[in-house]
Ligand binder design. Structure first.
Ligand SMILES: [Zn+2]
Length: 577
């Protein structure tokens, strides 16, 4: 038996090895494309959503049409895809699909007396010039932020538009960003157009004026310039989805379900720049514009479970799509449920920016797929502006609705950083916070009645019951939090007073008066040993405690007073003269 077994095993190993080997290497077309462009666009068929989820972890799924999946892969991802053994069809790169002549020309930059016609793709340098020009020509309402640099050293820029633009005001903050996939370029020009439109209509159009006065608006038109200008700084022709390291930036973020590196890659410079920008700005709402489909894709992408605010998302998404339908031609923006979808219900992705922003930054971020054609020909750019810009404005306005207000200290009136949590509603980081320096918070939410709990370090927690919210209306809710030491000598004296000090063991130790709860006293030696541990035999209104500590040796002692959440310490010295 052994005689026959040995050669059989050898033959089997050889066959499997050569089969795998042949699979990886028998596609010179794919290899050539991967070498030239760092990424490959292809399609394949699946039979179940689970299969899609499996593939989603190794390649970038672009969109799904029935059982047909359209995807990108870099070299590593395509090699893993091949190991699964599915047949596939290589497709033309979307960045090369729109003829170059349809991407060039038509642009006319405004002289001082004429408006820019946004029917062109700027060169990289023009893009930089426009962004700096917006800020320099409207310094009262526009400034420019540099978020960081790309892998190849291009700039990641955003403008901030608001009245009193150089202050952090007590206003909702809305962030727009486009073209994180470098070959999805419509949003890039539409965002430049939006900046120009807001600046030109301030003081002219009442809605725009009001939005700028009441909101802090941040716009980053180009999140992946290395991808968009892969074909050279003069053209978007030849653009790619990935960044210059062939990483999909919209799969590179920490994922609520899969952890910090769901794609198995380091955070790219672009990812880190956006993470720190989000962290420092505390956006209320944001939208990330893509291409390749036409749909409002709301969270989550990673989980099948719904967000706490699913009804709010559906309403805001429906209004976005309905408004687009009103201004756009029939057949535009009607993918999935007539232009809206839950992300995971469409297809699962991990490491997307949307889920990151929702989960870690407590921001309501949506992914908006704005054009079936990824690189929109220039003669379509103004049309797409007409279809979409009313929704851009409405979404900014939406940040004011729900309940909103200030959290302050009830004694001093100073703003307080507090958590704004709705019991039996908030989950998975859907709560918001009141941020300093103003103590302002904004909580977009679907209409209803809510019990809202405000909590902050050093303060008594406070719940406000039955706050009634109506859709598209603002319910003001200002809250004062009582410091834990409330009533203690007007909050000024939060110390333990000890008389006399030094003393011979007969001390009067006085604690802040007006406590809500009885207190406990601990006296420790300088070495940290507890020498007295006594529950105070006095009601909360009493404030002094007489000791007899003659049995203790001379030295330094520490007294600690604990009452509810309040802990105070002081020192005294025993000296026998
Ligand atoms: Zn995309």
């Amino acid at each position: 038996m052994n005689r026959y077994c040995f050669p059989f095993v050898l033959l089997f190993v050889f066959t499997v090895t050569s089969y795998c080997h042949a699979q990886v290497n028998t596609d010179p077309l794919a290899e050539g494309i991967l070498k030239n462009r760092g990424e490959l666009y292809f399609s394949f068929h699946v039979t179940s959503p689970d299969e899609v989820s499996d593939f989603s972890r190794i390649i970038s799924i672009d969109h799904i049409d029935g059982e047909k999946v359209y995807a990108y892969a870099n070299k590593k991802g395509f090699s893993q895809f091949l190991n699964k053994g599915n047949s596939y069809t290589i497709l033309p790169s979307p960045g090369l699909l729109t003829p170059e002549k349809e991407l060039a020309g038509m642009y006319r930059t405004g002289e001082s007396d004429s408006k820019t016609i946004w029917n062109f793709y700027p060169t990289y340098q023009q893009y930089i010039d426009y962004m700096t020009g917006f800020a320099s020509s409207h310094p009262d309402i526009c400034n420019i932020d540099t978020l960081g640099n790309t892998v190849q050293g291009r700039l990641l820029l955003a403008v901030k538009i608001s009245d009193n633009v150089n202050q952090q005001e007590a206003e909702p903050r809305v962030f727009y960003t486009a073209s994180i996939h470098g070959d999805e370029t419509a949003g890039f020009v539409l965002m430049l157009h939006l900046i120009d439109y807001l600046l030109m209509n301030y003081g002219v159009d009442p809605k725009v004026t009001n939005l700028i006065q009441s909101t802090e608006i941040f716009i980053n038109p180009l999140a992946n310039p290395d991808g968009t200008y892969y074909g050279g700084n003069h053209t978007v022709y030849g653009s790619v989805r990935y960044n210059a390291n062939a990483i999909d930036l919209n799969r590179n973020y920490p994922d609520p379900r899969m952890g910090p590196h769901p794609d198995g890659e380091e955070w790219q410079p672009e990812t880190q720049a956006f993470m720190s920008y989000g962290e420092s700005n505390h956006f209320t709402m944001s939208a990330n514009f893509h291409g390749g489909a036409e749909v409002f894709n709301y969270p989550w992408d990673t989980w099948s479970k719904l967000t706490a605010d699913d009804n709010w998302w559906q309403r805001v998404g429906r209004e976005w799509a309905d408004t687009v339908h009103k201004y756009g031609p029939s057949g535009y923006f009607n993918d999935l449920d007539n232009g809206i979808t839950n992300g995971h219900a469409w297809y699962e992705i991990t490491g997307g920016r949307q889920d990151y922003m929702n989960f870690w930054d407590h921001c309501r971020e949506v992914t908006v797929e704005i054009s079936d054609v990824k690189i929109l020909p220039v003669n379509q750019l103004e049309n797409f502006w007409e279809y979409n810009h009313p929704s851009f404005l409405n979404f900014i306005e939406e940040s004011h609705f729900g309940f909103t207000g200030f959290v302050t200290d009830s004694i001093t009136g100073q703003p307080v950083f507090a958590r704004v949590f709705i019991a039996n509603h908030d989950q998975d980081s859907s709560e918001v916070f009141s941020y300093l320096p103003s103590g302002f918070y904004a909580r977009p939410i679907y209409e209803g009645s809510y019990d809202v709990t405000f909590s902050a370090s050093g303060y008594h927690t406070k719940t406000v019951n039955q706050i009634v919210v109506h859709n598209r209306q603002t319910t003001p809710l200002n809250v004062q939090l009582k410091p834990l030491s409330h009533g203690i000598d007007q909050g000024k004296d939060q110390t333990i007073r000890i008389y006399p000090n030094p003393g011979n063991g007969d001390f009067e130790i006085c604690f802040p008066a007006g406590r809500d709860e009885p207190g406990r006293i601990l006296i420790c030696s300088a070495q940290g040993d507890v020498v007295v541990d006594d529950n105070l035999k006095m009601s909360p209104g009493d404030d002094c405690y007489k000791t007899n500590l003659h049995h203790l040796p001379e030295g330094l002692y520490i007294v600690r007073f604990i009452s509810g959440e309040l802990t105070l310490t002081n020192k005294f010295i025993i000296r026998y003269d």
